[in-house]
Design a protein around this ligand. Structure first.
Ligand SMILES: [Zn+2]
Ligand SMILES: [Zn+2]
Ligand SMILES: [Zn+2]
Length: 276
């Protein structure tokens, strides 16, 4: 039995195996919904799934008939509906080691330009073989391409970078993993100007950590840069980017808290906590 919860704890769930499939999905919808380089999902029997606090989860129809769900309080991705007797749960929320390991990268044709796959897992352009489902086109960014753009999954909120990124990290701390419901969070730091939808953002601040605070879209749950009224630098969850920001992750931080099911395969510097 594996246990998991959103970052604030309002929604939690349990999943009993056998787990059938675990993969990293690089589709633009997963990247936006999670704010991360890719999302990692585990499939298990729907009969072994139990949800608590589900009334706190918001449903967003990200493609016809397909709902993505997120916690209304903290924005973490939470499991949606079972399909054909299976439930797909985001791996970043597990409290313990589910014992399964990723088997493939899927939707690699939609991969973020700033992320390079360095491991040897099989890669598929879209769905893995055996799944016959339509592949939806990515939504085009709404603003003119004058500066690197970003937007949430529903397109209601969008921003542009107004300064060059200062630095860029992959953070493996348990808060980022739970907030993003992903293997790790990828953040860059730059000034940001919202071009639309700033008023449809919610903010979550972790009660015992004043510095852990971020925004997400109230409609679709996508993590978004927290508006900074002083025009200063904001942390940008890179999965929301529509364009190449021109900078790549420079280090892995908080690898002391790394998910047991995720292997770092690149040669970027690694720090147990903050960089020295
Ligand atoms: Zn929550
Ligand atoms: Zn996906
Ligand atoms: Zn949205």
């Amino acid at each position: 039995m594996s246990h998991a919860s959103c970052l604030c704890g309002a929604v939690s769930w349990e999943l009993e195996g056998p787990f059938e499939w675990m993969s990293h999905c690089h589709c633009s919808r997963c990247r936006k919904a999670h704010g991360s380089a890719f999302a990692t999902y585990v499939a298990g029997p729907a009969a072994g799934f139990r949800l608590r606090g589900g009334e706190r989860s918001v449903r967003y129809e990200s493609s016809p008939g397909f709902f993505r769900c997120f916690c209304e309080c903290c924005g973490s991705v939470v499991p949606g509906d079972p399909t054909a007797g299976r439930i797909f749960v985001p791996a970043g929320n597990f409290a313990d080691d589910p014992g399964v390991r990723p088997l493939a990268h899927i939707f690699v044709a939609s991969k973020a330009p700033w992320y390079e796959i360095r491991d040897n897992l099989p890669r598929f352009d879209a769905y893995p073989p055996g799944i016959d489902a339509p592949v939806l086109a990515d939504r085009e960014p709404l603003d003119p391409p004058e500066a690197p753009r970003g937007s949430c999954l529903c397109g209601g909120a969008a921003y542009v970078l107004t300064s060059s990124p200062q630095r860029c990290v992959n953070c493996h701390c348990s808060r980022c993993r739970r907030a993003r419901s992903a293997a790790f969070g990828s953040m860059l730091f730059a000034s940001v100007r919202y071009t639309r939808g700033e008023d449809q953002l919610a903010t979550y601040t972790l009660p015992d950590a004043k510095r852990f605070s971020y925004a997400f879209c109230r409609v679709c749950g996508s993590p978004m840069p927290r508006p900074n009224p002083s025009g200063g630098v904001a942390g940008v969850q890179m999965g929301s980017l529509d364009d190449d920001p021109g900078m790549r992750p420079q280090a892995h931080i908080f690898v002391g808290s790394k998910a047991p099911w995720y292997e770092i395969a690149d040669d970027l510097p690694q720090y147990v906590e903050y960089p020295t």
